[in-house]
Design a binder for this molecule. Structure first.
Ligand code: 5GP
Length: 201
């Protein structure tokens, strides 16, 4: 038996509307051993969203306090609202050997790449610009001006692709999920991640 290894930090990122959220939800459904970190945000809850489940919904003041106290592993301002990953729960899961998935915007992922080189960074792309537009409009939660902004910024984010380890073109959720699971499985088998291998040799 190989010894316990450190958990893998699996960062799922890409433009808004690419399907990162649904992909992460499906991953957690099918791989219950993967931990998920509930982010904090200053945006208001959408219908059906529950505090502490989908996000921790914080006021601007509460969010700023958490930044000042160093509680975030990363945070970013996305479309005028702030989003951040709480450091404590993530570090705890990783140290216990649990793999952790994070659904991050591309700024947060870029920042994290610099300090967590051993993380696995996956860029999720929509199949086309038109499909991206259809998905963002279909959610019905953004105003027309916000839809335009998300589309414009989403196209600009493509230039960040080279910072990532893997790219998934999200044509069908099931197929994209299978590929994400394959990435995670392969990463779990990396020789460099087997901390107790020397004891076997
Ligand atoms: P939404 O408002 O649609 O839930 O999320 C907007 C964007 O924020 C998405 O691109 C999502 O990936 C990103 N996001 C969610 N949580 C975090 C986080 O903790 N940190 C960062 N940097 N981005 C996040």
């Amino acid at each position: 038996m190989l010894g316990k290894r450190h958990g893998i930090l699996l960062v799922v990122s890409g433009p808004s509307g690419a399907g990162k959220g649904s992909l992460c939800t499906a991953l957690l459904r099918d791989c219950p051993e993967v931990g998920f970190s509930v982010s904090a945000t200053t945006r208001r809850p959408r219908e059906g969203e529950v505090d502490g489940v989908h996000y921790y919904f914080l006021s601007e003041e509460e969010f700023q306090k958490a930044i000042d106290a160093g509680e975030f592993l990363e945070w970013a301002e996305v479309y005028g609202r702030r989003y951040g990953t709480l450091r404590g729960p993530v570090e705890k899961m990783l140290a216990a050997g649990q793999d952790v998935a994070l659904d991050l915007d591309t700024q947060g992922a870029t920042m994290l790449r610099k300090i967590r080189k051993e993380g696995v960074f996956v860029f999720v792309l929509p199949p086309s610009f038109n499909e991206l537009k259809r998905r963002i409009i279909g959610r019905g939660s953004e105003t027309p001006a916000e839809v335009e902004r998300r589309l414009r910024e989403g196209m600009g984010e493509l230039r960040l692709l080279s910072l990532y380890d893997y790219v998934l073109v999200n044509v069908s959720l099931e197929k994209t999920l299978r590929r994400l699971q394959a990435i995670l499985e392969a990463e779990r088998c990396r020789v460099s991640r087997q901390e107790c291998l020397p004891n076997l040799l």
